[in-house]
Design a binder for this molecule. Sequence first.
Ligand code: ACO
Length: 333
Amino acid sequence: MYNSAIKGLGFYLPENIVTNNDLSGLMDTSDKWITERTGIKERRWVNDDKLTTSLMGTYASERAIIDSGIDKKDIDFIIFSTLSPDYYFPGSGVLLQRNLEIKEVGALDIRNQCSGFIYGLSIADQYIKSGMYKNILVVGSEIHSGGLDKSTRGRSVSVIFGDGAGAAVVSATTSNSGILSTHLHSEGKFAEELAVIKPATSFWIDKIKAETNKDDTSYFPYMNGNFVFKNAVIRFEEVIFEGLNHSNLKKEDISLLITHQANLRISQYIQKRLNLSDSQVFNNIMKYGNTTAASIPIALTEAYKSNLIKKGDIVVLAAFGSGFTWGSAIIKW
Ligand code: ACO
């Protein structure tokens, strides 16, 4: 039986940097408010119409494939996670397959928002452990900027989100390192607490055409921020311990914790609860904002390229987001 391990990592960020001060030109906000509440100083927002979610995912994937040392023709499955796909359908996975010009492998789109990369990693892990595939591309890519309410009305959500893409090549290995376990959860009763409601089959073309209400905000992300925050800190801690316990590990065994970059205050709260030192936790939300499905692969790549992860390390990934969905992955590097 094979284990699965992350063999290559890469990310891509659009060049256009939007600072907190830039945002205060668009809406009633300030660098002080955003920094104090979220830790974010700047984010990337696409300003090139040609740059799509699948294209950013392609650039990140190309880098991950080079990093892995495998030939792209050896990729045998694609898992693409995004809440901001190029099209309503088909999914972005097939567009990635086309862009990469690889053979006709399966391409799966998943919609698990901030937990998307962890869900993708879990699926890849199972396919590899079952022997079905050897090299799976797991991608998270988001263009939030086009869908945000950038007026004062939308400020509590819009200041948080950024655009970006990250990718990992997950490969079969015969060593006992790699993904030790993954743990996934959902709680749909809170679906509308963090959601974009329209367009949808419950609000289909005829209704969209007839829509005249300019005050309708259901096309924009809605987030019950305080409620999400309170649930996030509980679920993050639960799912991290679920993973550690499953592998008979203690919090002291964590070499590096990378949480989904939702809000620096959430990461700091978890760090405190787990009594981890600064060197055991990696954050980069300050530079990129919340890039949803892309945030963990971007952070993992940065940490790895900065030599913060070495062979044998226990790396813990955890995410929480819209759905609600949450999950963790425990990796022995
Ligand atoms: N600039 C200035 N003032 C603002 C802004 C802003 N950008 N946004 C809101 N305010 C104001 C509000 O109007 C409110 O004013 P009032 O007291 O006069 O009514 C005040 O600031 C406080 O607003 P809150 O919404 O209560 O602020 P809060 O402290 O909750 O912070 C935040 C908001 C940062 C969004 C926080 O709730 C949070 O981080 N929540 C969790 C986010 C998260 O984890 N999301 C999950 C992942 S995302 C995904 O899955 C897609």
